[in-house]
Design a protein around this ligand. Structure first.
Ligand SMILES: *[C@@H]1O[C@H](CO)[C@@H](O)[C@H](O)[C@H]1NC(C)=O
Ligand SMILES: *[C@@H]1O[C@H](CO)[C@@H](O)[C@H](O)[C@H]1NC(C)=O
Ligand SMILES: *[C@@H]1O[C@H](CO)[C@@H](O)[C@H](O)[C@H]1NC(C)=O
Length: 638
């Protein structure tokens, strides 16, 4: 995205608009392109003036008469104007430089929940030309050591509320690293110092490729990978999404998603900063607190990720204790902006909470591109991207969907040509983004100090010898109306009865049943069977359970009828595993995880205390050690 050809797009817009009509979704396209062009133009202008470092966006707002008294941040019971925040940031910068010797280019690890201090430290480090490495505060032990080591951080600053996660074994292993808990006392000391504004020279060389921060991606397997977030990955998505969503300086953007991830940091915080709007946040996501915080901070744009909206929907209606009024629609939110909203939740969410627009995006931290879908109606319900004809003509060559080989989990290559094959409309395939073959780094900076992982994300000779493409690892399909639908994560799709089953599509179908709060689907190996059988780890709504917490026979029967009616035979989830809220998804990000569940399968020794059911005739019935041994003995054929 960083290298969109501006001179090509701008004149083409005017000419093309003249003859393309609404049937080709021209308005939508203009909105989309109109969002991209200024974002790219701004980046070019800032780079030219040596002011690409986002500290300048903040400083300009804090020092300009028209914006300095505007609210910059609302958090818990505190509110800071731009001017007030600027003063604090410069004092923290003074402490980092004078007391801790932080230098330009140095990486400093920040291990924080969402707090005002966290954002002040990020801005203070940027002001010094230093680089924050954002650590997932849930990490402990080996994973934490890994992340700090990857960043080569000499200094780790820690939120007091997560300090206990940094155990003795971590400190012992990293004996050269300074760990410092940022207590209120320490913050008072920082505030007592004089403001320090580092000279422009330390920030002047911030380039599109230059590193703005390090954000760790939580892969489904293995240790987190440190993705380099360049200044263009800060500037372009921030500028693009804020225009696309229509964020103005009068808006308050609220998030409860963790700032250590790109969603909240880039599409939330720097998005808001790029428009000089007000940023509001909660320390972490809480289903019961979410709307109260939205109301308290008077937010009109909210952010969601993964299953967030499903959790909000599963919560009972909030009634005002004083007036008895239903508070569900008592807010000023006009846009919900995020990623991963399932079609089964989409409309229910809009209706119950009265949110007019949903802006769903698809992008990855490491990726060099995103796709977007903004909607006020049902037309592309569930689509992650919706590109009109004009957009496709101009930018279509930078995105491709290619056939995947499920066995190898790699894009399929034609044995004759050795090249990849584009998926037909409707056929699922892996989404790829084009990279400049001779300067891959211009778009994809890769993982810090990890050439191996970096090269695995880049594929060469895809459509012609020597070209370069970025692998998203996501399987999507396109339809004839330029809509793009998420199908699955690569590696999640499984094969049963010689058919390919998308776990995301099965989960959507199961999730549409009225008894289901959440469904996470994966394929499991069974004794004496080829391929993998579908299993759904489910959380039932409390109303579907009896007093002992077990699903009622009616519920199980109705669910069995529902899946049989909505899925082809080979895609039926043959097993149900009852899990509790917490094991259905990962902490912090509200994204589902499958690896452990998939490895445990339905072996009663491994499923621990969870109840397992299997599909027998017209209902789901208990599955236990006896049934397992029948499978092992080859007495049952599914
Ligand atoms: C912001 O609000 C002010 C006062 O209501 C209004 O005059 C102005 O046009 C608004 N600006 C934007 C960009 O919406
Ligand atoms: C996509 O856009 C359409 C509007 O055209 C909207 O109805 C739909 O809800 C959107 N879906 C997603 C997932 O973004
Ligand atoms: C399943 O995927 C494989 C590619 O891995 C493909 O060869 C096969 O035709 C697909 N099967 C069906 C039934 O679509």
């Amino acid at each position: 995205m960083a290298a969109l050809p501006v001179p090509l797009i701008a004149p083409a817009l005017g000419a093309a608009a003249a003859y393309l009509n609404a049937r080709f979704q021209i308005y939508y396209d203009l909105n989309l392109l109109g969002s991209v062009v200024p974002a790219v133009a701004h980046q070019a202008w800032w780079t030219y003036r040596g002011r690409l470092n986002f500290f300048y966006r903040f400083e300009d707002l804090a020092t300009s008469k028209s914006s300095q008294t505007r609210d910059f941040l609302r958090f818990e019971d505190r509110t800071y104007t731009y001017e007030q925040a600027y003063d604090i940031v410069l004092r923290y910068a003074g402490w980092l430089k004078e007391k801790r010797g932080v230098k330009k280019g140095e990486m400093v690890a920040l291990d924080f929940q969402n707090t005002d201090t966290f954002l002040f430290l990020v801005l203070a480090l940027w002001s010094l030309g230093a680089v924050p490495a954002l650590i997932n505060y849930n990490l402990v032990g080996k994973s934490l050591i890994h992340c700090i080591t990857k960043a080569k951080a000499r200094l780790v600053l820690i939120d007091p509320s997560v300090a206990e996660n940094v155990g003795d074994e971590v400190r012992a292993e990293l004996s050269d690293t300074v760990f410092e808990v940022v207590t209120p006392q320490l913050e008072s000391q920082m505030l007592s110092l004089e403001p320090y504004r580092a000279p422009d020279e330390v920030r002047a060389d911030a380039s599109g490729k230059g590193m703005a921060m390090l954000i760790y991606t939580s892969g489904t397997t293995g240790l987190p990978k440190a993705a380099i977030v360049s200044w263009s990955k800060v500037a372009i998505p921030s500028g693009f999404t804020s225009r696309f969503v229509g964020t103005t300086k009068n808006d308050t953007f609220y998030t409860a998603m963790p700032l250590y991830h790109s969603t909240a940091m880039l599409l939330g915080f720097t998005h808001t900063l790029s428009q000089g709007a007000t940023f509001a946040m909660s320390r972490k996501f809480s289903t019961s607190q979410f709307w109260d915080d939205v109301r308290k901070h008077d937010a009109n744009i909210i952010q969601y990720v993964g299953e967030t909206c499903r959790y909000l929907l599963s919560a009972p209606t909030r009634i005002c204790p004083k007036t008895g009024e239903n508070l569900d629609r008592k807010h000023n939110v006009r846009v919900a902006f995020g990623n991963g909203l399932r079609p089964d939740v989409w409309n229910k969410f809009k209706e119950r909470f009265g949110v007019e627009t949903i802006a769903e995006f698809y992008a990855s931290t490491e990726g060099s591109f995103g796709t977007w879908n903004k909607s006020r109606n049902d037309h592309s319900l569930g689509a992650v991207g919706r590109n009109g004809a004009l957009y496709n003509i101009l930018l279509g060559h930078t995105v491709a969907i290619v056939r995947v080989d499920i066995e190898t989990e790699l894009p399929y290559r034609d044995p004759k040509t050795g090249l990849c094959v584009r998926a037909a409309p409707g056929e699922p395939g892996e989404l790829l983004f084009a990279l400049p073959p001779n300067d891959v780094e211009a778009r994809f900076q890769g993982y810090f100090g990890d050439k191996d992982s970096t090269s695995k994300k880049i594929m060469r000779s895809v459509f012609k010898k020597g070209d370069a493409w970025f692998r998203t690892g996501d399987v999507l399909r396109n339809d004839n109306e330029y809509r793009l639908f998420f199908s699955d994560r690569i590696g999640d799709t499984f094969r049963w009865k010689s058919e390919n089953v998308s776990t995301a599509e099965v989960a959507q179908a199961v999730g549409l049943h009225s008894s289901i709060q959440e469904a996470n689907v994966y394929g499991i190996e069974l004794p004496n069977h080829e391929g993998r059988a579908g299993c759904a780890a489910v959380v039932f709504k409390p109303s579907a359970l009896d007093s002992a917490g077990a699903p009622t026979p009616d519920t199980l029967k109705s669910l069995a009828e529902h899946v049989r009616a909505s899925l082809p035979k080979y895609a039926l989830p043959l097993f149900l595993r009852l899990v509790n809220d917490d094991s259905a998804h990962s902490t912090g990000t509200n994204k589902q995880q499958k690896t452990a569940l998939r490895n445990e399968g339905v072996d009663p020794i491994k499923t621990d205390k969870d109840e397992v059911y299997w599909l027998k005739g017209d209902s789901y019935v208990k599955f236990g050690p006896k049934e397992w041994s029948e499978l092992q003995g080859g007495k049952v054929k599914l």
